[in-house]
Design a protein. Structure first.
Length: 82
């Protein structure tokens, strides 16, 4: 997905007033830590307020959950702690 497409990716982010690079950084940071990242450190890292970071996290989680609903895992699944 290109950064320019974030404004057109459906219900989750289409009305989001944040700059696309903040969304990309938020998605990146949430996916990099094994245990995730809370809204307070995320807000400081990407330069938004705490409520904005909290809402952004919920939108990202919702988008990820919606995407996973349509394609359940099948067959043998292996997970590597890396």
């Amino acid at each position: 997905m290109r950064v320019s497409e974030l404004g057109h990716c459906g219900d989750h982010f289409s009305q989001d007033p944040n700059a696309p690079h903040q969304l990309v950084l938020g998605i990146y940071r949430m996916s990099q830590d094994k245990k995730g990242i809370s809204a307070l450190p995320l807000s400081k890292e990407i330069g938004v307020s705490y409520p904005t970071a909290w809402l952004m996290q919920h939108k990202i989680r919702k988008a990820m959950a919606d995407r996973d609903q349509g394609s359940p895992l099948q067959d043998r699944i292996e997970v590597d702690e890396g």
